[in-house]
Design a protein around this ligand. Structure first.
Ligand SMILES: [Fe+2]
Length: 369
């Protein structure tokens, strides 16, 4: 069982070797944890470890977005982005080893479990948008990179570049970035400089691979040449930047912003499909739709006819038209009505709202039905 280092206790048995970032074994599998070894692992920046737990073996994997280890990694990633922002805006450099450690943790978690759920942080303060958005873009890009069969080195380059893709925004005046009204042409011109600013900040850091820096430079380029800053076309755009372009738009559309409310995931998907072959590489749009869960099984949703339901199955080729078991209120509890709808067949119905992800209720209703 994988646990956060903050939950590690004396006497627990380590199930897998614990490594440092540079590949040294910090603690061997089979060791019993002591107060001092826990302190040592924390000091070395270890975030999570695998421990033996016979009682819990055979237990189903926990959903990533309610899993404490994953939550801890995500919140550490957000803090890291925030600290890098502060550090760079004060003229200090980027703390590379910290960012490498967090990207490595995200990659290891994604490789070990099947995490495909996009919305990592559901309730976000508008102030935190840049940080949570950066982390979401990083995780979604890595899900695509894994699906594409990238090596760990490639995932690492993609992870670092996607986490820092908008770093250039620190040079844009906050009153322009936070403006609720439409930007003037001059203001737009200034915002459009953030890819080049980001590139020049990243390229100064010798430890950051040029491919990662290119993500910052090219994530607003578009497949058909309609993007900025250089109007690159097709494969002139680095494939990492082509991936990040898609997830950047998807995450931005499905999040509340100062100047507009979020749109529903299915509407965002329709926009991606509409932009496929124009703004985005069609192969990557397909890859996104096949590998990122738009509506995870277990999501409680509201339909356009007002009924509530829980998603019980999703066809990967049509991720926005899942199968749903209808629910009704019985006192304070949601219970199945006994009716099912398949949105592939009921073409007039669509999801208007995702209320929450509730795996417990899913197990209960599937057990009862
Ligand atoms: Fe951007």
């Amino acid at each position: 069982m994988r646990i956060a280092i903050t939950d590690a206790r004396e006497g627990m048995k380590v199930a897998r070797d614990v490594f440092s970032k540079d590949g040294r074994v910090l603690l061997k599998a089979g060791s019993l944890l002591t107060e001092s070894s826990i302190r040592y692992l924390k000091k070395q920046g270890v975030i999570a470890i695998e421990i033996e737990d016979r009682l819990l073996s055979g237990r189903k994997p926990v959903r990533p977005n309610s899993d404490p280890v994953w939550q801890e990694i995500i919140s550490e990633a957000e803090h890291t982005v925030r600290d890098i922002w502060n550090s760079v805006s004060q003229g200090r450099g980027i703390h590379i080893s910290r960012i490498e450690r967090i990207v490595d943790s995200i990659i290891q978690e994604l490789l070990q479990r099947e995490i495909t759920y996009p919305k990592l942080v559901d309730i976000r303060a508008l102030d935190d948008y840049t940080f949570t958005h950066s982390v979401n873009v990083c995780v979604l890009s890595l899900i695509m990179g894994i699906a594409k069969g990238y090596s760990e080195d490639e995932l690492f380059e993609l992870g670092i570049g996607s986490l820092l893709h908008d770093l250039g925004k620190i040079i844009i005046p906050p009153e322009i970035l936070g403006k609720a009204d439409t930007l003037s042409a001059e203001e737009m011109e200034i915002v459009r400089k953030h890819p080049a600013y980001g590139f020049s900040l990243l390229v100064q850091e010798s430890e950051i691979n040029i491919n990662s820096s290119l993500i910052a430079y090219q994530h607003h380029e578009r497949y058909d040449g309609s993007g900025y800053p250089r109007g690159l076309k097709g494969d002139e755009i680095h494939e990492y930047a082509q991936i990040v372009a898609i997830v950047d738009v998807y995450d931005a559309l499905t999040t509340d912003r100062i100047y507009r409310n979020r749109i529903q995931p299915y509407e965002a998907v329709e926009m991606l499909i509409a932009m496929s072959g124009r703004g985005f590489n069609p192969d990557y749009v397909k890859l996104f739709l096949k590998n990122v869960e738009i509506y995870p099984v277990g999501s409680i949703v509201e339909l356009n006819n007002g009924s509530l339901g829980i998603i019980t199955g999703v066809d990967k080729n049509m991720p926005v038209r899942p199968q749903i078991l209808l629910l009704k209120w019985e006192g304070e509890r949601l219970v199945p009505t006994g009716d099912e709808v398949d949105l592939m067949k009921e073409v007039t119905l669509f999801i208007t709202r995702v209320i929450k992800l509730d795996k417990e209720l899913l197990e209960k209703v599937l057990g009862n039905s």
